[in-house]
Design a binder for this molecule. Sequence first.
Ligand code: TRP
Length: 339
Amino acid sequence: MSTHKPLVFSGVQPTGNLHLGNYLGAIRNFVKLQKSYSCLYCVVDMHAITVWQEPGELRNATREVASAFIAAGVDPETHIIFNQSQVPEHAELAWIFNCVARIGWLNRMTQFKDKAGSNREKASVGLYAYPNLMAADILAYRATHVPIGEDQTQHLELARDIAQKFNTDFGVPDFFPQPEALLQPEGARIMSLKDGTKKMSKSDPSDQSRINLNDDADAIAKKIRRARTDPEPLPDTMAGLASRPEARNLIGIFAALDDKTADEVLREFAGAEFSRFKAQLTDLCVDRLGPIGAEMKRLTADPAYVEGVLARGAARARAIATPILAEVFDVVGFIRAKN
Ligand code: TRP
């Protein structure tokens, strides 16, 4: 890893089927960032177990996310792909952050409230402390840039607050940097194919609502054909789609996959019926996702290779985190043999 470029850290949870939303909202951006940053991309298996995971499925999903990174074009030699639990510094720093962050801060986290729902008493302590672990992920490397979706901005704010409080409490002003979000543009928010007001999600009971990264061409074609639309033809600007969320979503997907703006796509399809647009969208999806799906399939058949990538990535990640943690322990007042 070259050290003169600023450091990016991001994490993806291994909790089941990766879909088009994960690709366009996160993974594709990870690929692009490789040019300007040194990147650590982490499969956050420790975050995943904040809610119950079947151990065998967790292992499969961890390899699947790593495979998706590789298949999409993340280079695991120039950059680093690893799983979180294989670098113990994350847990070590998270504990210290458990003692820096305030209960009042965590009480304000909207994602905890959403995920714990009405039964907070039954939520795991890990789910509550989740943002502290996320702060540790980033700060164990002193990463300065963090590609995230809108839904993680509050967690990143908390990481900044933790960094600041650590620096102040221990009187070490520039010890941790203030990590910055690299937010995805609005168009990258991919919605359900069945309801344009809901995010595309792996937890939607209908598989028809999402395009999975391992869907074959037939499945992609079928899902797009059945995607919800409305009876109007397409307008010539996005302003004309204000109250048509499903149409807006499909145009957004086309634009993202074709690296165009939504208005450029509409200029191409102004006045068109959905049937023609959907046929083209299918071709584009198959063209862009087909090779990724095929490569993921190949990698899935070679778990030893993928685990080798994770192990080498973890060793390289540790080489960055270990000296930083040694400084942290010293600042905090923990006695450690120096070696
Ligand atoms: N919490 C993030 C999510 O659910 C995943 C994540 C864990 C992460 N650690 C991170 C993202 C560090 C960015 C940086 O999407």
